[in-house]
Design a protein around this ligand. Structure first.
Ligand SMILES: Nc1ncnc2c1ncn2[C@@H]1O[C@H](COP(=O)(O)OP(=O)(O)O)[C@@H](O)[C@H]1O
Ligand SMILES: CC(=O)N[C@@H](CCC(=O)OP(=O)(O)O)C(=O)O
Length: 301
């Protein structure tokens, strides 16, 4: 014979069921939809949070969405350059990339970070497949100077994506896989380029006509004032493409490629682009499946 659970357990069970039911309309809305997730190098530095990220992405896949991960790796590249005694600097948020630096960037992103993300995802099923932007001509890039004080400055093998052939990514998605993309691209000039991962995620979201672009980083969203003033309402919850375009010239380094990627995405037909705090466990699920949403959301108008 089993007895009824005590009232406290019943309340807890109801709370859990309510959370699941809250997800129902979102499960219906997003079933079969593509979501591009930029997993930032800073967001992945916390060991304890990495399994939660992998669980969230696997959850999306099991819930019937089509997640695509574009990973970063700035801090991991810095660590390897330090080990090798190679100096590195950034201009307008982009790494100055000599041929020697490029070798390290490619090795770390494709050979190390991608492998780790794929390995984490595959603990939950045979889903993760790594792809460099060079594979199947996913990304074609052209040399891109940094704009410093309104002037173009050469920063070496840094590329801007000029063409996306997402056919191989679509095939993987159709096969039920989770593509894990490294932001390296080849140019028609035969040169291999270092592409900022936010930029790559934005371009891919447009090519796939994703339902959402989600950028996971190490801050709780876009602050109206940076550094933050301590105002609890400092994070902008929602802004339009036009509002974001006005803010862009005043943004500081780390946020520039992220917000440019969000702008490119929504202007290119992606209905929503988000910047979320990857330091909060399960922030992806909270954003997609709860009524409140979190972080900063950019919408076309
Ligand atoms: N207006 C702003 N709002 C939020 N963060 C900002 C802002 N301006 C600059 N930042 C900085 O941008 C950083 C995120 O960019 P970055 O370090 O390149 O992260 P990632 O490795 O995730 O790409 C934040 O940690 C913060 O220091
Ligand atoms: C051109 C450029 O800056 N490329 C980046 C690529 C990695 C990246 O974007 O990583 P995060 O998302 O972790 O910053 C770099 O070399 O660091």
């Amino acid at each position: 014979m089993t007895s009824l659970p005590p009232t406290r357990d019943a309340t807890e069970a109801l709370r859990k069921a309510t959370t699941l039911i809250e997800a129902l309309p979102w499960l219906q809305e997003f079933h079969g939809k593509t979501v591009v997730i930029k997993y930032g190098g800073h967001a992945m530095t916390d060991e304890a949070l990495r399994p939660a990220f992998a669980q969230d992405v696997a959850f999306l896949r099991y819930a019937g969405l089509r997640p695509v991960v574009v990973h970063g790796g700035g801090p991991q590249i810095n660590a390897q350059l330090d080990r090798l005694g190679i100096e590195s600097s950034f201009k307008a948020g982009l790494r100055v990339t000599t041929p020697e630096t490029m070798d390290v960037v490619r090795m770390v992103l494709v050979g190390q970070v991608s492998r780790e993300v794929v390995g984490m995802l595959n603990q939950h099923g045979a889903f993760g497949v790594g792809m460099s932007g060079e594979d199947a001509r996913l990304f074609t890039a052209e040399r891109k100077p940094a704009i410093v004080d309104g002037e173009p400055v050469d920063i070496g093998q840094v590329g801007e994506i000029v063409e996306v052939d997402a056919g191989a990514v679509r095939s993987l998605l159709d096969d039920g896989r989770i593509p894990v993309i490294s932001s390296i691209a080849r140019g028609d000039d035969g040169v291999v380029y270092n592409v900022n991962a936010d930029t790559a995620a934005g371009a891919l979201a447009v090519a796939l006509q994703a339902t959402k672009l989600i950028v996971l980083t190490d801050v709780d969203g876009l602050y109206a004032d940076w550094p933050p003033t301590g105002d609890p309402g400092g994070v902008i919850a929602r802004l339009t493409a036009a509002e974001l375009e006005k803010m862009l010239p005043d943004l500081s380094a780390g946020m520039v490629p992220k917000m440019e990627a969000c702008l490119r995405a929504v202007r290119g037909g992606v209905p929503q682009a988000h910047v979320l705090d990857g330091r909060i466990a399960h922030s992806l699920l909270l954003e997609i499946f709860t009524d409140e949403g979190i972080g900063t959301m950019v919408v076309p108008a």
